[in-house]
Write a protein of this length. Structure first.
Length: 144
């Protein structure tokens, strides 16, 4: 069981769709590789949508425009590496420019890849991202 949270982190991610596929990252954090959507932490004093645009460009090379919020995490998610509660926001985004990187970003992202929205490798995700990914198909079917 994770420790009681002593810190708080708000994270924001963008869902870019092409046909029935979504763009995902394969990343590394400390000693674990995982899959998630492009995005990351919101810095203190940074507007959330500015953080999303910054993180998306850093991780993918793409410029994006946030369209609408799809989901905010509902569960209590505590990091397995430190006593930090994580709240994640997921936005539908559209590409407005830039060039999609091949490979990683020489930082935390190892690779970028497209996956069918109904075949996202949720077994490779952290719990907050998995919570969203399992709901993505029903959210997009509802026209979000």
């Amino acid at each position: 069981m994770p420790e009681t949270p002593q810190f708080f982190s708000c994270r924001i991610y963008g869902v870019l769709r092409r046909g029935g596929r979504v763009l995902l990252t394969r990343s590394r954090f400390i000693d674990r590789e995982f899959v998630n959507f492009p995005g990351g932490g919101i810095e203190l004093g940074e507007p959330p949508l500015s953080a999303l645009k910054r993180e998306y460009k850093e991780e993918t090379g793409l410029l994006i425009r946030p369209l609408n919020i799809l989901y905010a995490s509902e569960g209590l998610h505590v990091s397995t590496h430190r006593p930090m509660q994580i709240v994640s926001l997921y936005w539908l985004v559209e590409e407005t420019g830039g060039t999609l990187r091949s490979g990683g970003n020489d930082d935390d992202v190892i690779d970028l890849f497209w996956a069918d929205a109904d075949a996202i490798p949720t077994d490779e995700m952290f719990p907050s991202d998995k919570e969203f990914a399992l709901r993505l198909k029903s959210l997009t079917a509802a026209g979000l």
